[in-house]
Design a protein around this ligand. Structure first.
Ligand SMILES: [Fe+2]
Ligand SMILES: [Fe+2]
Length: 278
């Protein structure tokens, strides 16, 4: 059976609106990724959101991220993160002074004008790859309704018994460190997450692959394997008033090998990576 290689990249946080130091860290990390993609030519690169550094409304950062990503020497698929289209209204475990920009229909449409649909399905041999826009889940926006209808009527019926991998900026709510806590900043809002999990479960996804925590973790709760990629660029700075995510915060990406119906995950931690926080 054919072996396929995917690079799962997350949270590159490209752009200059977060200051020179963070911009330099992102550019340095991106150069490592770009060179590795050129050398290894994976079948696909999937980037699970937070393409830009901070501000979803900064057109210069969005243009820079688009230019860097589309210059990779491989097919690329992307889903948006909270820094790309805005965040959920309720996020437990974040500092009181953290003011996220809320997701809106206008921000989603602006992002989709640049990238295409923010939820997608891609077939790869006997696998089905499903991209989810996590940021609209639980929002009540028209975009959320469009995504549910697409999932229920088109995407999931098309899985048709094949191996399923789901890509999303945020994980399902069932994370090991958020036991008993709903609507953690690390995961999809719990009510929407439960609905999504109920839709996915009959198709027995091999894994739900996410980013957002800037830490690599591979775990299993309620029969669905969860994987998070680290940030390409850097860890989230530690704060005593912020719930910490579990996992390995070394910057880099994940290499997925799809072979004989199984997924192998290898963590890529390039040398000479910057230490700047994203
Ligand atoms: Fe991020
Ligand atoms: Fe994020």
């Amino acid at each position: 059976m054919t072996s396929r290689t995917l690079f799962h990249v997350s949270d590159p946080h490209l752009g200059h609106s977060g200051g020179d130091q963070r911009a330099h860290a992102a550019e340095t990390a991106w150069a490592h990724l770009h060179a590795s993609v050129a050398r290894e030519r994976p079948d696909l690169v999937i980037i699970t959101g937070d393409l830009v550094v901070d501000d979803p409304d900064d057109p210069t950062d969005r243009a820079l991220a688009h230019a860097r990503i589309t210059a990779l020497d491989a097919p690329v698929l992307v889903v948006p993160g909270n820094h790309d289209v805005g965040d959920h209204a309720h996020r437990a475990g974040l500092p009181a002074d953290w003011h996220g920009t809320l997701v809106s229909e206008a921000r989603v449409l602006t992002w989709e004008a640049q990238w295409g649909p923010s939820f997608w399905l891609r077939e790869l041999d006997g696998w089905v790859l499903l991209g989810i826009n996590a940021q609209i889940l639980g929002s009540g926006l028209p975009a959320e309704q469009r995504q549910w209808e697409w999932l229920e009527r088109e995407a999931l019926p098309a899985v048709a018994g094949r191996q399923l991998l789901v890509f999303s900026h945020e994980s399902l709510d069932a994370r090991p460190e958020t036991d008993g806590e709903s609507d953690s900043w690390m995961a999809i809002p719990s009510a929407a997450s439960a609905r999504l999990e109920a839709l996915l479960a009959p198709h027995r996804p091999v894994a739900v692959c996410a980013g957002h925590t800037h830490r690599h973790l591979d775990w299993r709760v309620s029969d669905i394997r969860g994987i998070t990629a680290p940030s390409l660029t850097g860890a989230i700075p530690e704060r005593s008033d912020m719930t910490a995510a579990l996992g390995d915060q070394r910057p880099g990406w994940l290499r997925y090998t799809l072979e004989n119906g199984a997924l192998r995950v290898d963590q890529e931690v390039p040398t000479l990576m910057p230490t700047g926080a994203a």
